[in-house]
Design a binder for this molecule. Structure first.
Ligand code: DQA
Length: 146
């Protein structure tokens, strides 16, 4: 079992970026928590972060045939990109969309997600915990299919 965790633009600035919204912990902290969570479950995990839409699409396409599940926080591309959900649908790998903040209680433009129809679940406003819950949602989903 192998999961790919994708973080979109500006999430490399976690810990520095708007800490009142996104918290004080870094992307490295998040990846360490996820690695520990996956190791405890006997799951392999890889991480990818990019500020570029095309690079995210390339990584999703490269995952075809080698990953069982994707956890994705497309960040601002959530609200603008049609190509990212198209890529998720193209590869057919089950994906969970995660947002650190509660996008539904922020500006109106954040309430629109083009990504969520391409995902089996969307988790918002639970900070790092949302990513950890996404691992279990994917394991349950993948387990129930095999
Ligand atoms: C975010 C929410 C987005 O609206 C924002 O553009 C981000 C981060 C989140 O994790 O809460 O960059 O995806």
């Amino acid at each position: 079992m192998k999961l790919l965790v994708i973080n979109g633009p500006n999430l490399n600035m976690l810990g520095v970026r708007e800490p009142g919204i996104y918290g004080n912990r870094s992307l490295e902290d998040l990846e360490a928590e996820l690695r520990a969570c996956c190791t405890a479950r006997g799951v392999r995990v890889e991480f990818f972060q990019s500020n570029h839409e095309g690079a995210i699409i390339d990584r999703i396409q490269e995952a075809f045939g080698s990953f069982d599940g994707i956890i994705i926080n497309p960040a601002a591309y959530t609200h603008t990109s049609i190509a990212i959900p198209d890529a998720l649908k193209a590869v057919g790998i089950p994906a969970v969309e995660v947002h650190l903040s509660d996008v539904f209680s922020r500006e109106p433009f954040r309430r629109v997600s083009y990504t969520s129809p391409a995902c089996i679940a969307t988790i918002t406003g639970k900070h790092f915990q949302g990513y950890l819950e996404a691992v279990d949602i994917l394991l349950e989903h993948i387990g129930s299919r095999s």
